[in-house]
Design a protein around this ligand. Sequence first.
Ligand SMILES: [Zn+2]
Ligand SMILES: [Zn+2]
Length: 257
Amino acid sequence: MKIFVLTDNHASRDYAAEWGLSLYIRSSKNILFDFGNTNLFLQNAKKLGIDIDEADCCVLSHGHWDHGNGLQYISGKKLICHPDAFIKRYRKTGEYNGLPFTLEEAKEKFELILSREPYFIDDNIIFLGEIPRITEFESQKTNFVKEDNTTDFVMDDSAIAIKTEKGLVVVSGCAHSGICNTVEHARNVSGMEKVYAVLGGFHLKGGDELTGKTIEYLKEVNADIIATSHCTQFPALVQFFNTFGSKPFTPGMVIEL
Ligand SMILES: [Zn+2]
Ligand SMILES: [Zn+2]
């Protein structure tokens, strides 16, 4: 299996970056996972020799602009996401933080599969649906509100789990649900205990209790590969580098698993 980084926050020599995430997963199915903020994911895919038309389906991790704005540049695809991904949402400071189109508009553009439950893309690849929040230290706070000004805990935040011979591969977008909750849900849904790799945005600041407890949890999980990037802030990236040797993604990077 290969995971191609199409967009991430950190530029590389030959590939531009932006605030956002987009990955292309080449496995038993080809999956475009998140779309970044602009059409940069398409430009970088082209440079990498990836034909987006060959994607069997698209998965949106959650309804935030930095993962979904790029959807404006494609259409006609099968798109899997949580039904709440299209709600209007804002940062508490007032900026719009949701997708640039409504559910009705998305239905016209895509073959939508909306699922709160886990959805099996094939026997081994699972869109995890809504992730139960079971740890006492994750997703306790949020910076987001809904249109009616109630707090938004981004319940649509999901991830992908892939069953491999080496164990589970868990791919997150922003992990607003908490990366530990995400891994536990992936284990429960797949029935597979061994975790081989955990990658994606972990939404951690670093230097705080949440990051510390997350690292302790991931040490116990004992995955072969832990790789975080995107919304994981610099102090947390340093802690993950020092603990797991994980370097931030850059567009153009190919992760072989
Ligand atoms: Zn987000
Ligand atoms: Zn994000």
